[in-house]
Design a protein around this ligand. Structure first.
Ligand code: FES
Ligand code: FE2
Length: 386
């Protein structure tokens, strides 16, 4: 984040605090229950948001060395990402050119190439077919034309995006709202390329995939729902919002910001005294905390509007090598995970049950929930249901 932005955001937060105010839009927003319960609505989201858009699939530090690979199945399209010997990143369908077996499972480091577990066709890290056992049995099959099928991929700002549709190239800066705009500046400044993966959690939740992200998009629930976890640390019902195309940055403010009033304006900095929630459209919530970053990604379960899978990745700026560092991060992560797992998720699964019951026709988003409104409106627009 640029220095001016760090200062301006402190000023905005202190002004809102002085006025006992928060960021408000002009009107409430009625979000139709179908958005969370309707199979046709979900089908559009699956076809459009999870096929045509670049999806944030990893941080660069998840694949630091040649041969490092990860697989990704959460969208229903089997993806394989591999770091090659030149340091480039390659994305493929995780689908063997012989008869379609999955080439790799989970994640790991391949030594010399990617060997299919079924009949051992072997590819190099850029996807070229190198070994075809018993070639006499495959007359006319040209190895040069049987490499893995590539997918569009971009690595930038220490992050990796893939579009899970062949040939659908994308401009990630444009998708993030523009190269000279604040969101790209922020991502660039955090230097995620120097981070380290610390922990990962995968969850299956009984809620629409958007509800998981909604829970990060308003601090109006802090005092009632998080009374003993994060409410003592963060102001209730106070947020700043900036939007960047379909994306957004929402700042919720730590009470520790008060001490900055005593400091010279040039030294003000929003980052240590806030949690910055970036909604990277369509399905990634990046939560920048003062000393680490959490990536929460939510995916629909095919055909089921009331279920989702969630992946949380926790990245830290230095590797946790000593026992005291491990202890620090364990405690730190415990608060984040406990808050979401024990408070947000049960609360939101209750919302899903309520919406699925047919009791109400729409959710009512208040003027004080502007990030939620932006997200739902952009989803509805993107699938032609605005
Ligand atoms: S399916 Fe991969 S080698 Fe046969
Ligand atoms: Fe919450």
């Amino acid at each position: 984040m640029k220095k001016n932005t760090r200062i301006d955001m402190v000023e905005r937060a202190l002004t809102l605090l002085d006025n006992e105010d928060t960021t408000r839009v002009d009107a409430i927003y009625l979000s139709p229950v179908e958005s969370y319960t309707c199979k046709d609505w979900l089908a559009l989201e699956e076809q459009i948001l999870f096929r045509d858009y670049p999806l944030l699939v990893a941080f660069s530090c998840d694949l630091p060395s040649a041969g490092d690979f990860i697989t990704h199945d959460a969208t229903g399209v089997p993806l394989l990402l591999v770091r090659d010997k030149e340091g480039g990143i390659n994305a493929f369908y995780n689908t063997c050119r012989h008869r379609g077996a999955k080439l790799a499972k989970g994640c790991g480091r391949a030594q010399t190439g990617l060997t299919c577990p079924y009949h051992a066709w072997t590819y190099d890290f850029t996807g070229n077919l190198k070994v075809l056992p018993d070639p006499v049995s495959f007359p006319g099959v040209d190895k040069a034309e049987h490499g893995l099928v590539k997918l569009p991929v971009v690595e930038k700002y220490g992050m990796i995006w893939v579009c899970p549709k062949r040939g659908k190239d994308f401009d990630i800066d444009a998708q993030l709202g523009g190269i000279d705009k604040g969101l790209v500046d922020d991502l660039k400044s955090y230097q995620f390329e120097d981070y380290h993966p610390y922990a990962q959690r995968r969850l299956h939740c009984k809620m629409n995939w958007k509800l998981m992200l909604d829970t990060f998009l308003e601090p109006y629930h802090f005092a009632p729902l998080h009374a003993t976890t994060v409410a003592p640390l963060l102001y209730h019902n106070l947020c700043l919002l900036d939007t960047y195309g379909q994306n957004l940055r929402e700042a919720v403010i730590r009470k520790s910001i008060e001490k900055q009033r005593q400091q010279p304006r040039e030294s003000w900095d929003i980052v240590p005294d806030s949690a910055l929630v970036y909604l990277l459209f369509p399905n990634a919530g990046l939560v920048m905390q003062r000393d680490h970053v959490e990536l929460w990604r939510s995916y629909p379960v095919a055909g089921k509007p009331n279920e989702c899978t969630v992946q949380m990745d926790y990245y830290i700026p230095e590797p946790a090598e000593t026992p005291s560092a491990k202890d620090h991060w364990e405690r730190n992560m415990d608060l984040a995970v406990r808050t979401v797992l024990e408070e947000d998720i049960p609360g939101v699964e209750g919302i899903q049950a309520g919406l699925s019951s047919g009791a109400i026709s729409h959710s009512t988003f208040g003027r004080n929930e502007p990030a939620l409104i932006h997200f739902q409106r952009e989803i509805a627009k993107a699938i032609g249901r605005a």
